[in-house]
Design a protein around this ligand. Structure first.
Ligand code: ATP
Length: 239
């Protein structure tokens, strides 16, 4: 089965995320897409963030009714690993503050998959631009294929140049691609990147948090149940 892993802060999950996941599911016939809210410890947060539990709850609400979309606790804080027979239960390694790397999440998910399953890592092109700075990026490209939601303004050369240095084609190779829009497939030794065009929607979690603060309607940005949850719980007020 083709399987997608879609990680994000999802603070909150919005129509842009859903459009990306739906486009990837259709184009690559994904039988399942795991939505994995990141557990970002307070000392690593760039701005105040809704708690992991609220973000996970919103992912559950947004994915209801989409059979192939599965909310995932792979990065849940303090997840307890069930005891081996006769042993003591222990805290999962990934529960340790700061140890929240995508490569570990991917490997944990792969441990549960069949050898015949094909894993795709879903990501937007903005986030992909930083991929070389992630923990063990080469290993991440070895473990799974990437599906990147592109948007106007990015070229195929931008995608190739975002790769970790050891996987990046030489400048002479990428130069002709600076004027080619980011679409199609990039298959290199050690990295496979599929590009999805015309998926990006003009919505971001930042603008939604600001809209709540400004008491604006949320229907254009988020699923109705997510909007209701934000209001009921009082998330993002006073931003
Ligand atoms: P923020 O505004 O807080 O930075 P965000 O809206 O970018 O948040 P994230 O949870 O950080 O949301 O994003 C998770 C993933 O979804 C990333 O790979 C990101 O590139 C992608 N993404 C975010 N917004 C969109 C969008 N509008 N269309 C397509 N992909 C998106």
């Amino acid at each position: 089965m083709n399987i997608g892993l879609f990680g994000g802060t999802f603070d909150p999950i919005h129509h842009g995320h859903m459009a990306l996941a739906r486009a990837a599911r259709e184009r690559f016939e994904l039988g399942r897409v795991y939505f994995v809210p990141a557990n970002i410890p307070p000392h690593k947060q760039r701005q105040p963030m809704a708690s992991y539990f609220h973000r996970y709850a919103m992912v559950v609400l947004a994915t209801m009714g989409e059979k192939a979309f599965v909310p995932s606790l792979l990065e849940a804080p303090g997840e307890v690993v069930p005891p081996a027979a006769g042993g003591k239960s222990r805290r999962a390694e990934h529960a340790m503050p700061g140890a929240n790397y995508s490569i570990d999440t991917v490997r944990r998910l792969k441990d549960t998959l069949k050898p015949s399953d094909r894993l795709f890592f879903l990501i937007g092109i903005d986030a992909f631009q930083d991929i070389a700075k992630w923990h063990q990026p080469e290993a991440l490209f070895r473990e799974c294929e990437f599906i990147v939601a592109s948007r106007p303004g990015y070229s195929l050369a931008d995608v190739a140049n975002a790769l970790p240095q050891s996987l990046r084609p030489a400048p002479a190779v990428t130069k002709p691609f600076t004027k080619q829009p980011a679409k199609g497939d990039l298959v290199l030794r050690g990295a496979t990147v599929h590009l999805l065009e015309n998926v990006h929607q003009p919505v971001s979690a930042t603008s939604i948090r600001q809209a709540v603060g400004a008491k604006k309607a949320l229907g254009r940005f988020v699923d109705a149940a997510v909007g209701e949850y934000i209001r009921k719980v009082g998330l993002y007020l006073g931003r």
